[in-house]
Design a protein around this ligand. Structure first.
Ligand code: ZN
Length: 86
């Protein structure tokens, strides 16, 4: 996703929630709200606990679909993968 001369960075945004599932829900909501920004790779969004920031939990399926789009459903979702709506 990066062009020559560009580098990938990770923005850490702490949140306070009841559990990891709720944190993943918030991460998906935040990522979905910024899909208009081409610099952000929303499919690669992960969450971690504050005391284990090296352990990342994916929040999106992000499976590559026919036509080159990625699945926008949650990680390990039931049923079929879905592309992002245009
Ligand atoms: Zn999927």
């Amino acid at each position: 996703m990066s062009e020559p001369g560009e580098h990938r960075y990770v923005i850490h945004l702490p949140v306070v929630t009841a559990n990891l599932g709720r944190a993943a829900f918030l991460a998906r909501a935040l990522a979905n709200s910024v899909t208009f920004l081409p610099e952000i790779d929303t499919g690669e969004t992960t969450v971690s606990t504050e005391d284990q920031q090296g352990v990342h939990h994916r929040v999106f399926c992000d499976r590559l679909l026919d036509g080159g789009q990625r699945c926008v459903r949650s990680w390990q979702h039931p049923g079929r993968c879905l592309p992002r709506w245009p």
